[in-house]
Each structure stands twice: as C-alpha cells, then as structure tokens.
Design a protein around this ligand. Structure first.
Ligand SMILES: NC(=O)c1ccc[n+]([C@@H]2O[C@H](COP(=O)([O-])OP(=O)(O)OC[C@H]3O[C@@H](n4cnc5c(N)ncnc54)[C@H](OP(=O)(O)O)[C@@H]3O)[C@@H](O)[C@H]2O)c1
Length: 356
C-alpha cells in the first residue's frame, strides 16, 4: 500500500527525473524524493547527465539527516560500482527505513538485486507505484537495453492525398508554422537527426534547432545516409555543426565532417549511433529512407503531419514502397494519438510489427 504522500512524491520524482533529458543516455532518467515520517517532502534530486551523481545521492546530499525517512524513487537503486558508487550503500548508511520504487531496473547487473540488498539490510521496499509511467519515461533506456540500438522516431509531412513533395521535388512548406515548431522541439529532444541522400541534396536542409531555444552544445548531430559522394557545398557541411556521413563505402567527405564507413544496413547504423551515445535518432525522411526503415521494422515512433492541401498523383509518395502488396499486408499503428497543429493534423503512434 502506498500512502497519499508517497503517491504525490512519486509524481514529483517523475518530474525531477525528466529534467535529465537527453544528456543522461545511455543511463536511465531517475528522480528521487525524501519524505520524513510525517510524509513531508525534505528534498529531491535527479540524475543530471551520464557520469553525474545518481538521483538518490543528490536527494540525500541536500539534507543533514535522512534517518528514519522514506525514499521515493522512479527506478530501483543501483547496487554496482560504475562511474559512481552503489546507491544502495548510501541509502543504507543514511538510515532510510522505507523505499518506494516505481520500476525494477532490467539492467542485468540489477534486475531485483538492488531491492534485495535493501531488504536484506532491514529496509522495507515496495515496488510498482506509477510503474507504467516510469516505463514510458525511460522508453529510450529500455529500448537500448533490449535491442542495443538507438530509438528511431520517424517524422514525415504530407498532403491529404499522401504526397510529401511536388513532382519537381519541392516540399517547402507543405505544413504550417505550428507543425514546423513541433518538429524543432522533436529535433531538440533528439541526439541526432537523420536524412537520406535524396533529401540532403534536394532540400539542402540545415537540420538545426531554430524556432525553440536550444544551447549550442545540445544541437543534434546531423547524419546523412548515402551510397555515393555528396556535393561539398551542402549547408550541413559548411555551418560548423557536427555532421556525420554514414555509408557502406569509404567515400570522400569534406574536412571536419565525420565519415562512418562500413555501415551496410539500417540496423548497423542504429547500433553505431547508440554506441556513439546518440540514443534518440529523429529521421526526417525522405520517402525512400522512410520506407526502408518501415520495412526493416526499425521505426519505434511515427509522427505524420497532414496539411489540408492536395498535390495530386504526380507528387512524391509520403512513404515509398513498403512491400505491402495486398490489404492484408497493410501496416497499422497502435497507441495512436491525433491532434491539431495549426491547420494541420498530427497523427502519432507506434507501428504494429509482424512479430507483435
Ligand atoms: N514532406 C516531407 O516530410 C519530406 C521529408 C524529407 C524529404 N522530402 C522530400 O523528399 C524528396 C527526397 O526523398 P527521396 O525519397 O528521394 O530521398 P531520401 O529518402 O532522403 O534519400 C534516399 C536515398 O538515400 C540513400 N540511402 C542510403 N542508404 C539507404 C537506405 N538503407 N534506405 C534508403 N535510402 C538509402 C540512397 O541514395 P544513394 O544510394 O544515391 O546514396 C537513397 O536513394 C525531396 O523532394 C524532399 O523535398 C519530404
């Protein structure tokens, strides 16, 4: 049973956890709150970035004594020596008598061991408060643990008749300013923005965060996937930001541009991005790359902006050939949300894969 004070504290801990943002990857987002025996909040803390003190130690460090207190924490406290010493040790030493945990940590070094150690030391531990919210909060971390890949968020923008560009390849701007602002928010949340060679050459995009505040060191890395050499005059090669060209081949790239050669599949690309600390990859097309990602079942979240406009049959399809020959092969979404962004409609969801 969880008290009302613990339930309120867990909501606060979740909000604290979220403050870590993308800087914590590949670690989880974690927030902790300490309550005294009357259920009054004494302190809170969060994990700020990979390598920084954990949320539990942050919260403990802000008060003189936690003797007899309860700790409410969004993830099972760690029990191993990583970059920082185990949180279980700090909790035991501080005299905490009860720990309320949202979810156990599926990291094989933990997976229940942290909870067990606390209990073995006489601390009462209850798990499962706001568990599904905690899982949602840590979808990036959980996805990486499960697959070894980055989380792939695919966004496309199209017309009511499903076209992503006119016959001449022009696509600016199909959707309105509110939709484009949302795209900039998604870029800001991502570690990397990915496009195919077709979009890089046709649109020459900057792929930077502009219409929302974003410190320079939080700008996403731009990744262009290509089988061939690209024009050296592209904006992403000249503006001083970090740009990566991913290719199966050792192609020539301009000075200061990183080349990731020997990337032979999209799966390999997303393993490489995860290894580089780029846990959230936001793909902005075009339709050929989008179709490859859908076919390879690598899209973890899909966002489609639909503008009240028509381009007709000569326009480019929103998503290329995904291999659906019959209606039985139609790809469906689940967990769907629909909202208005200005005069556009934003539909989001996750793809139902064949194995689901
Ligand atoms: N409305 C929208 O949301 C939106 C978004 C983006 C783009 N666009 C429009 O879409 C058009 C460009 O789209 P596009 O389909 O031609 O280009 P694209 O999807 O951006 O790029 C496709 C190219 O990427 C390279 N590539 C390398 N590995 C790949 C892989 N595994 N899967 C797929 N592609 C891979 C290939 O080029 P090489 O083999 O030649 O290297 C391929 O031809 C432009 O007109 C642009 O304005 C619209």
């Amino acid at each position: 049973m969880f008290s009302a004070a613990e339930q309120n504290a867990m909501a606060v801990a979740m909000a604290e956890a979220g403050k870590g943002g993308k800087r914590v990857f590949p670690n989880p987002l974690v927030g902790a709150v300490i309550l005294n025996s009357q259920g009054i909040v004494l302190s809170s803390g969060f994990h700020g970035f990979c390598g920084a003190p954990h949320a539990e130690r942050e919260a403990l460090g802000r008060i003189d004594s936690a003797d007899g207190c309860t700790m409410v924490v969004t993830l099972e406290p760690c029990c191993h020596h990583g970059r920082t010493p185990p949180c279980t040790e700090a909790i035991i030493q501080a005299g905490i008598v009860r720990v309320v945990v949202a979810m156990k940590d599926p990291d094989p070094r933990m997976s229940g061991k942290g909870v067990r150690i606390l209990r073995e030391n006489g601390i009462e531990v209850e798990t499962g408060l706001m568990e599904s919210e905690a899982e949602e909060l840590n979808s990036l971390y959980l996805h990486h643990l499960r697959t070894g890949r980055s989380f792939l968020h695919l966004k496309m923008a199209g017309t009511l008749d499903g076209r992503s560009a006119a016959a001449d390849g022009s696509s600016r701007w199909i959707t309105g300013p509110e939709s484009r602002r949302r795209v900039h928010l998604y870029r800001k949340n991502a570690h990397a923005v990915l496009v195919g060679a077709g979009t890089a050459e046709k649109d020459d995009p900057s792929l930077t965060v502009r219409s929302v505040d974003c410190p320079n060191d939080q700008q996403p890395v731009r990744i262009i996937l290509t089988d061939r050499e690209l024009s050296q005059s592209l904006k992403v090669f000249r503006d001083g930001g970090r740009t990566v060209v991913a290719s199966p081949f050792h192609i020539k790239v301009p000075d200061f541009v990183e080349l990731w050669p020997d990337i032979h599949s999209l799966d390999e690309l997303l393993i490489k991005t995860a290894a580089e600390g780029l846990g959230m990859v936001f793909c902005e097309g075009g339709g050929t790359l989008a179709a490859s990602l859908v076919k390879a079942e690598l899209v973890d979240r899909l966002s489609i902006f639909t503008a009240p406009a028509l381009l007709g049959g000569s326009g480019l399809p929103l998503i290329g050939n995904t291999g659906s020959a019959s209606i039985d092969d139609m790809i469906r979404l689940k967990n769907v949300t629909v909202e208005r962004t200005g005069s556009d409609i934003l539909t989001e969801g996750t793809i139902v894969h064949r194995a689901d």
